[in-house]
Design a protein. Structure first.
Length: 118
């Protein structure tokens, strides 16, 4: 099975685009964190928008992992954080609950196209 995520740095658009899909296992999560941090270390996040496409994430997710990744995004201090809603009602609810619980500052979008306009 291939990677469950894609990370694209779009310097011209000052955007870091992340797409995650499927159900992450511990090893997938570790690889994602490492690759994400490596890319973030090459830019100044305060002038970049982070778009996270969570539309294809599937439940179940470990709530602590969702909170950890949201804190990772928050601590990087991106100019703007946009999350594309999951099409899975359970995943969407888990992400919404975590966002509210840790007071994560982001904007939700319905599509990739909308995320780029925000």
């Amino acid at each position: 099975m291939g990677k469950l995520y894609e990370i694209m740095l779009e310097k011209g658009k000052k955007t870091l685009f992340v797409r995650a899909s499927g159900i992450f296992k511990e090893e997938d999560t570790k690889l994602y964190f490492s690759e994400f941090q490596t890319i973030v270390n090459t830019i100044n996040p305060s002038i970049y928008k982070l778009i996270v496409d969570a539309s294809e994430l599937e439940a179940p997710h470990i709530i602590d992992d969702i909170k950890f990744v949201l804190n990772l995004y928050s601590n990087a201090r991106f100019k703007k954080l946009v999350i594309i809603n999951s099409t899975s009602p359970v995943s969407k609810k888990q992400i919404d609950n975590c966002v509210n619980e840790i007071n994560f500052k982001c904007v939700f979008a319905a599509s990739v196209e909308e995320a780029y306009t925000l």
